[in-house]
Design a protein. Structure first.
Length: 303
């Protein structure tokens, strides 16, 4: 399916669908199996760096296998695409959705790049996501810089109108990675409400991993150094969904679960060298993270 189809149902049902970044077979299996067990739609997301690591053909084929072997409501999505060449290769490989990230460009340059991708992808039945604004936490950022980084509601309306994009990633105070906030999270819900009132396409929240304390404790117990790691509280995510967010990206939490469990296995059983017995538990840990997110987003039982 395309993200446009999946997110239309989410908007109608007032829930959100998780976009889970995959890097290898285990992470794909974690997302797909969780979706089956939760009866949830799922967006499998692949970044350019994951393509460089694992290979476009490999990732596309394992995702197609997962979709074809069940009745999953699933899309295969390029996350944070930066250039037309990558977009074309992904659409050719069977991706049903692509994101073009022109957030680092000027407003007019972002519109031009996004429109080019829309004109390329739509005739080939692929949905397009774009980003307006930049992800950055609020701490120790001057008001002027903060306002410049966050998505302007009026600009969002013009951007969507001029590009015909299918979904818009907005900046309301989240940030990527495991170190999102030094203090308490301060998301701009008023801004999110205003954006939702002005645009008709689904809204996307990037940088939304929760960095659960239990995963950080587990990783730290087995040697990881994650002092200061902090993510988005569940209630903040619920509020964003109530205000109209229908796609939520998750990557960091999966990486943390994977790393913590691999560390645990290797430390607890130092004689183990079978990759299946090392990566298997890590896959299960990622699956449980995905299942928890699906329940948090209220997408369970919606497939």
């Amino acid at each position: 399916m395309t993200n446009k189809e999946i997110l239309a149902s989410a908007e109608a049902g007032k829930y959100a669908v998780g976009a889970f970044n995959i890097h290898n077979l285990e992470s794909l299996q974690a997302a797909a199996t969780a979706a089956q067990e939760e009866n949830s739609p799922v967006i499998v997301a692949v970044t350019p760096s994951a393509i460089k690591y694992a290979g476009l053909g490999y990732l596309a084929e394992v995702a197609k296998t997962a979709a074809q072997s069940s009745s999953l409501s699933m899309s295969l999505h390029l996350d944070h695409g930066k250039d037309i060449d990558t977009i074309v290769k992904c659409v050719d490989a069977g991706f049903t959705s692509v994101m073009i990230d022109g957030s680092h460009l000027s407003f007019e340059e972002n519109i031009a790049l996004t429109k080019e991708v829309v004109d390329l992808a739509h005739p080939r039945k692929a949905a397009v996501e774009a980003e307006l604004g930049r992800l950055a936490g609020f701490e120790e950022i001057a008001v002027e810089r903060r306002e410049a980084a966050l998505t302007d509601p009026q600009a969002a309306r013009e951007f969507v109108r001029r590009t015909s994009v299918d979904a818009l990633a907005v900046a309301i105070g989240t940030s990527h990675g495991a170190y999102k906030f030094k203090g308490e999270p301060k998301l701009d819900y008023k801004r999110l409400t205003e954006i939702k009132e002005k645009v008709s396409v689904p809204l996307v929240l990037h940088g939304a991993s929760g960095v659960p304390a239990w995963i950080v404790r587990k990783a730290t117990k087995y040697g990881a150094e994650l002092a200061g790691a902090k993510g988005m509280p569940d209630e903040s995510i619920k509020q964003a969904i109530r205000l109209g967010v229908t796609k939520i990206n998750i990557d960091t939490d999966l990486r943390l679960a994977f790393a913590a469990t691999v560390r645990e296995v290797l430390t607890s059983t130092p004689t183990e060298f079978d990759p299946r017995k090392i990566l298997g538990p890590a896959r299960e840990a990622m699956k449980e993270v995905v299942r928890g997110k699906m329940r948090l987003f209220d997408s369970s039982g919606r497939a």
